[in-house]
Design a protein around this ligand. Sequence first.
Ligand SMILES: Cc1cc2nc3c(=O)[nH]c(=O)nc-3n(C[C@H](O)[C@H](O)[C@H](O)COP(=O)(O)O)c2cc1C
Length: 211
Amino acid sequence: MQISDIRKEYTRHTFNEQDAAASPFEQFNKWLHEALHSGIPEPTAMNLATVGANGRPSARIVLLKHVDSGFVFFTNYASRKGIDLQQHPFAALTFHWVEMERQVRIEGKVEMVEPALSDEYFNSRPLMSRIGAIASEQSRPLPNREVLENRMRVLEAEYADKEPARPQNWGGYRLIPDYFEFWQGRRSRLHDRIVYEFAADGSWKIYRIAP
Ligand SMILES: Cc1cc2nc3c(=O)[nH]c(=O)nc-3n(C[C@H](O)[C@H](O)[C@H](O)COP(=O)(O)O)c2cc1C
């Protein structure tokens, strides 16, 4: 099979200016709700693209955990993405809801969330995930898997009868968006693309762009 021969017509939905909610958050929540209820795998998985000190982008999947004034995810602050965000506090998110033939792109400034929100989420995680967050120096070289597993065993014994506290280097980030694009696959590659751009007067400018 040649990958260049793989083709699919997108026919399931349409998305027009008159369907677009006034607020991009309302529109996002509507599509997220549909994704959550459609049984598709990992509907909260999003690609997070950051920029390193050398100006090069890097991207990875993280899970969306909260939507308020922004899009919240949790990670290790000393990871590669954490170091990128310290140096360039801007990022891009992409959701791909395959079965719905939809993509959402979100861009904006990133800040650390308030420690209370990180504590609340950390404490809601299963014990082994909390211990795992303490054990793993995310993105750092590891000589082998055994080193990590040994560290886990030591920590499991240490926390056998006490609750682990959130490590200082682990917590949430919030991306505050100033740009959204809602992409709906359509027939013959004539997809619908509706943009919300935050304007200087504090409103969201809504417009269509070419596929
Ligand atoms: C489905 C999926 C969900 C993930 N969720 C997270 C997450 O919420 N937080 C996180 O730090 N890493 C998550 N990861 C792992 C990241 O993709 C990545 O390996 C890790 O964060 C290290 O990235 P970095 O070295 O660029 O900082 C997830 C990976 C997958 C495939």
